[in-house]
Structures are given as structure tokens and as C-alpha cells.
Design a protein around this ligand. Structure first.
Ligand code: ATP
Ligand code: MG
Length: 628
């Protein structure tokens, strides 16, 4: 029966021989000199049988099979590989996927094999016996082909192991794509091969690439070098590299820069957070001083007007407002990490998480299912109250993100010296912009009155102050996962004794307060008298030093930020005269916290407290100073 046959071979003699033979047999024959020409022909000619060589430039036989198999009209085409290579190497018939194989040999025997293959093509595929190679006995191994093939493989191995995606484009069609290119493009290799490169990308990128290929195919050019473009969720750059001396061939290199961009963004984020932190800390500093004045004065009212219950109650309300205000300031300072570090103790995160779970189980909507996956112990050095607050903020956010219910999952594990806790939800998730900004103070997407936007920034600060790290991963409608890393506590760390302070009164010891703010001095006078100490005051470092020399006080409470002689110099001067001086620092906000003081000074001071300092704090501080 007459067949439509396509013959593909880059060996002209062979091509002529097979074409002539088949035409003489009465078949309709088309010839192509390589895989590329064959593909062009396949657009207009659908053969019943295709004979083709395995080793050809541009598109080789192996790829040709893949492409042909992906073309719907070629479904029934019988594919015969006609090549010496099938006899020479450890040839993988299954992988190549052709229907039949003929080893090239003497023309006479090849003619027989070709005719036999045409007969075989009439037998339905299912009934064909296992694929055998015809003509093996008449062929001798040719070292050259072997070498060519192995060299080819060697080059492909190099290309395959490159980190970049590589496309080789010949006459505007892709003839080679390495594994990275396939995975970045997210398309099967068959679809990529023989395609116009611009069609492989999303519309925007495709248009830009098409334009470049059209206007300057011989010049190196690029897309996304300044601002990478997005392809299948990855950030990529594309380079077009012409091949010297081969005007029809270009190489397109696709580089995945997602990781580099992510690191850049992370660095930018850290810098932004630092900047916001500095502003926040500055605001908090002034605010703290004001709060101290209010607190101390209202406490004085309470003490002085004990019998007037109305006034007492009003002052009590002022006190609690101040405490609320100061916790807001704490929030800001925690975020900026400029807060004076409290002494951390050994805590078990499991306990903290258990408490939170109990609380949220009771208070969250029943539609929210809470799952935990925790080991027996997760020891860290920290402050359990603030850690609890940090985790609680994450849980409340998760709840808010799931108004119709969902799952809140808390996982914890220890990985060597790190403790990793993840809190994930199945809620509405965040878009890219929200992910970038969610840790910023005052960033909120909640309606006015519903959120202050301080939740995550506080959490961020708390985790940072624990030398930890928090990362978020979220997409719109795909929930959010917050991952926290803490350094694990070393074995042997000890718990802090938790003796709660009670008011301890003094025995008339002389306490010198050095502070440039008259309100603070006024307030301190009241408090110190009340506690049974004998107050002395100085409103500058210089005066402080003079007073110290005159009165030889039993203790000094020193502010740091003062005009002329600051607190630190004053302390140094005092210590010069009296190395045994009993000094504590009471300060608003210092850029470096206690770390800003020299080692010598730090060694000599008894304590370091942040304003506002209430009655019990002051009593505890002084009791400590006089203890030893
Ligand atoms: N689990 C989450 N799922 C989706 N979006 C979240 C999630 N957590 C935080 N967000 C987004 O980040 C924003 C900031 O969160 P943050 O906790 O800092 O403030 P808030 O919850 O809006 O207000 P506040 O916590 O101060 O009451 C939220 O408004 C929300 O848009
Ligand atoms: Mg919140």
C-alpha cells in the first residue's frame, strides 16, 4: 500500500538512497536534511512513517521522537530510527521511544530492513513484538560515532549541571533546553523544543523578548537586569547571547535570582526596621519622661491625700492610665530593641505555649480548630511574659485572619542548638505588600478601632531581643506561617528566684538624685521622703559631683542624659574619688542601653533602671543597693 513517508538524515548519500528506494516502491516521500528541517515539513506534511537518523545537528533523532510524539496528528506515525549508533552503544530503546530500529550497514541489507519496517508499520502497535534492531549482524562498531556520542553527552552533562536555564535557538526555534530551563519555564521539554522562544514566557516577558529577537538578534541583550521579571513565582533575568560566526543561532540564558532578591529584600527590611526603631525609640524617650512625671505626681497625691477617697481614686485611675501608656511605650521600645534588657531566665517554651493554648481554646471561636505538635521540652533563656505576649499576638492575628473558622497549628521542635516554633493558620493570608510591611509599627489592614498595627512589631522586637529570628510566609487565600527561631538554652542554665518585691523602707540613709528635670526631682523628693530616705538633689552632673563631695551620700541615683557633664562622666568622676560609691542609673532612653557604658563603669554601678520608676520599683531598687 502506498504510504506517506518522511526521511530525515544529515548524510546526503544516505538520504538520497532511502528516498530513491522508497519512491521507486511507489510511496510518497519527503526528505529533510536535519531534525530542524523535518519539523518545518511536519507543519505541512503528515507522514505515516518516518525514517530518521539519531545523530544530527540542531535537533537530533531522540528529540525528534519526543516532539513528534507530542503532535496530535503524528499519533499514528510509525517512527523508525535508522542509525549506526543503535548498534554501538548501550542504546536505551525504551527511552528513545521509537517503534523500530535499523542499524545502518551495507545498502543491500538496509533496503531489506526498510521494506520490512514498512510492513511492520501495518501491524497495530499493541500486536507488535518487542522492539528489535534490524541489521545488527551486518554492521561493525565504528569508534567515531561512539566518540561523537560520548562527547555530545559530556557537553550535555555540563549544560545540565549549570545553574542557569539555557535555551539554544536556531532560526527562531528552540532546539535545546537544559533541565533548569525546563523547570523554570514550567513546560514539558517536547513543548519547548521547536517553539518560538517568546511563546514560552508569559505575555509581557514574551513581548519584550520577541521585540529584542526581532530588532537586535545579533547584539547581546537582556531583560530584567535592573528589575527582575517574574516567571512561575520565581524572579528571573533573561540574557540573549548571539553565537559568534553563527548568525542563525542564539543562546538564551535564564537566571533565577529569587534567592539573591530575597536576601536583598531582607537586608533592606532590616535597615528599614532599624530606621523606624530609631524614630520610635526617640519618641518613646520623651514619652517616658512625661509619664514618669505624671506617675510620680499622682502617687504623691495618693500618699498625701490618703483620707480623701475621691482624690485617691482619681489618682489611682491616672496611675493605671500611665501604666497603659507605658506599656505602649514598652511596645515601641521592644520593637526597636533599645529597651533595657531584663535579665533572662531559663524558661520552657512548652509551658508558655500550653498556657496560651488553654487561653485561646476558651476564648477563640469554636470554628477555629487548634492543633499542636510539640516535644516534651523546649528550653530557652528568656522572659516568659514577653514571649507569651509575642506568641499571643501571632495567635490573635491568626484568629482574625479566619473569621469563618479554620485551623491554627502550633509546631515546635529543637534542631541542635536552635528551637523552631511555627504558628500557621489557614486564613485569608497576605499579599506581597502586606508580607513586606506586616512587621512595621502601625501597619494594619484592620478597620479603625480594630487593630493598632503594633502586634507584629512588638512580636518582632521581643523575638529580636531574645536573639531570635521571625520570618513570615504567606500568600493571599493560602494562610500564613510565622516561623520563629530561638537559640536553645544551654544545659546548666538556671532559673531566676522569683521573690516578688514588697515595699522596703529606708533607715534615713542619704540618697543623692542627679537629674536635670525639675519635675523628676520634685517627684523623687516625695517618694524618697515617703520611703524613709533623706533626699539630696543635683540638677547637673557638675552639681552632682560637688554635692557628692560635700554630703558623702549613701547612694546616688543618676540620670544619663544631661547637659554639660552627662551622667557617665559624673559617675566616672565620683568613682575616681570614691571607688566604693553606691551608684545606680535611672534613665529614660539611651541609644545603647546599658551596653553604651564602659566596662569599668558597668562593673561599678549597682543597678540600671528605666523610667518611669514607681514607688515599688524605687523601694526595691534602693533596698537592693543597701543590701550589699
Ligand atoms: N496570620 C495572618 N494572616 C493574615 N494577615 C495577617 C496575619 N497576621 C498579620 N496579618 C496582617 O498584618 C497586619 C499587621 O498585624 P499586627 O498584628 O501588627 O497588627 P493588627 O493585628 O492589625 O493590630 P493589633 O495587633 O495591633 O491589634 C494585620 O493587619 C494583617 O493585615
Ligand atoms: Mg495583631
Amino acid at each position: 500500500m502506498k504510504k506517506k513517508i518522511l526521511v530525515v538524515d544529515d548524510d546526503r548519500v544516505m538520504l538520497k538512497f532511502v528516498t530513491k528506494l522508497l519512491t521507486r516502491e511507489g510511496h510518497e516521500v519527503q526528505a529533510a536534511e536535519d531534525g530542524f528541517a523535518a519539523l518545518n515539513l511536519l507543519a505541512v506534511f503528515t507522514p505515516d512513517i518516518m525514517f530518521f537518523d539519531l545523530i544530527m545537528p540542531k535537533i537530533d533523532g531522540g528529540k525528534l521522537v519526543k516532539i513528534a510524539r507530542s503532535m496530535p496528528q503524528m499519533n499514528n506515525c510509525f517512527l523508525v530510527i535508522l542509525s549506526a549508533a543503535v548498534a554501538e552503544i548501550d542504546f536505551d530503546f525504551e527511552e528513545t521511544g521509537a517503534d523500530s530500529y535499523i542499524a545502518k550497514g551495507p545498502f543491500s541489507s538496509m533496503a531489506e530492513h526498510i521494506k520490512a519496517a514498512i510492513e511492520l508499520s501495518d501491524i497495530p502497535r499493541a500486536q507488535q513484538k518487542s522492539k528489535s534492531v534490524r541489521g545488527l549482524n551486518s554492521v561493525y562498531a565504528r569508534q567515531l560515532t561512539k566518540e561523537l556520542l560520548s562527547r555530545n553527552r559530556h557537553l550535555e552533562t555540563i549544560l545540565e549541571s549549570m545553574a542557569e536555564g539555557i535555551l539554544e535557538v536556531y532560526s527562531n526555534k528552540v532546539v535545546y533546553a537544559n533541565g533548569v530551563a525546563v523547570s523554570l519555564l514550567g513546560l514539558p521539554l517536547e513543548e519547548i523544543l521547536a517553539s518560538y522562544p517568546a511563546d514560552l514566557f508569559t505575555h509581557d516577558i514574551g513581548q519584550r523578548l520577541g521585540h529584542l529577537l526581532l530588532t537586535s538578534p545579533l547584539e547581546p541583550a537582556g531583560i530584567g537586569e535592573k528589575t527582575p521579571v517574574e516567571l512561575n513565582g520565581r524572579q528571573i533575568t533573561i540574557k540573549i547571547l548571539p553565537v559568534r560566526g553563527e548568525t542563525s543561532t542564539i543562546i538564551i540564558m535564564i537566571t533565577d535570582v529569587s534567592e539573591r532578591k530575597r536576601l536583598e529584600m531582607q537586608l533592606q527590611h532590616v535597615q528599614k526596621m532599624e530606621a523606624i526603631g530609631t524614630i520610635a525609640a526617640g519618641v518613646a524617650h520623651n514619652f517616658r519622661n512625661t509619664l514618669t512625671e505624671i506617675l510620680v505626681n499622682s502617687q504623691l497625691i495618693q500618699m498625701s491625700y490618703k483620707d480623701e477617697s475621691g482624690l485617691h481614686a482619681v489618682a489611682g485611675r491616672i496611675n493605671s492610665s500611665v501604666r497603659r501608656g507605658s506599656s505602649l511605650v514598652d511596645g515601641l521600645l521592644q520593637f526597636s530593641r533599645k529597651q533595657i534588657k531584663e535579665e533572662f531566665e531559663l524558661i520552657d517554651l512548652i509551658k508558655v505555649i500550653d498556657e496560651i493554648c488553654q487561653l485561646i481554646q476558651k476564648s477563640f471561636d469554636q470554628k477555629i480548630e487548634i492543633q499542636t505538635n510539640l516535644p516534651a521540652r523546649l528550653p530557652i533563656m528568656g522572659d516568659s511574659t514577653s514571649i507569651s505576649q509575642a506568641l499571643m499576638n501571632l495567635c490573635t492575628n491568626a484568629r482574625d485572619a479566619m473569621p469563618d473558622g479554620g485551623k491554627l497549628i502550633i509546631n515546635g521542635k529543637q534542631e541542635g542548638r536552635r528551637i523552631v516554633v511555627t504558628i500557621s493558620d489557614t486564613g485569608q493570608g497576605m499579599d506581597r505588600e502586606a508580607v513586606a510591611k506586616c512587621f512595621d509599627p502601625f501597619f494594619t489592614t484592620k478597620p479603625i478601632g480594630k487593630g493598632t498595627g503594633l502586634g507584629l512589631s512588638t512580636t518582632y522586637g521581643i523575638i529580636k531581643s531574645h536573639e531570635g529570628l521571625i520570618i513570615v510566609d504567606s500568600r493571599p487565600n493560602q494562610g500564613a506561617t510565622f516561623t520563629i527561631h530561638f537559640p536553645a538554652a544551654m544545659p546548666g542554665a538556671r532559673k531566676k528566684d522569683d521573690d516578688t518585691p514588697i515595699i522596703v523602707r529606708g533607715k534615713g540613709q542619704c540618697v543623692l538624685v542627679v537629674d536635670d528635670e525639675p519635675e523628676i526631682l520634685n517627684a523623687m523628693e516625695g517618694l524618697l521622703n515617703y520611703l524613709g530616705y533623706r533626699p539630696e538633689f543635683a540638677s547637673s552632673g557638675k552639681e552632682g559631683l560637688e554635692k557628692y563631695m560635700q554630703r558623702k551620700p549613701d547612694a546616688v541615683l543618676m540620670d544619663i542624659n544631661m547637659p554639660e557633664m552627662g551622667g557617665v562622666s559624673c559617675i566616672e568622676e565620683i568613682l575616681n574619688h570614691d571607688p566604693a560609691a553606691n551608684i545606680a542609673i535611672i534613665s529614660g532612653y539611651e541609644e545603647e542601653g546599658i551596653d553604651g557604658l564602659s566596662k569599668e563603669v558597668r562593673k561599678c554601678i549597682k543597678d540600671y533602671r528605666a523610667k518611669p520608676l514607681g514607688l515599688s520599683d524605687l523601694s526595691e531598687l534602693l533596698a537592693g543597693m543597701f543590701k550589699g
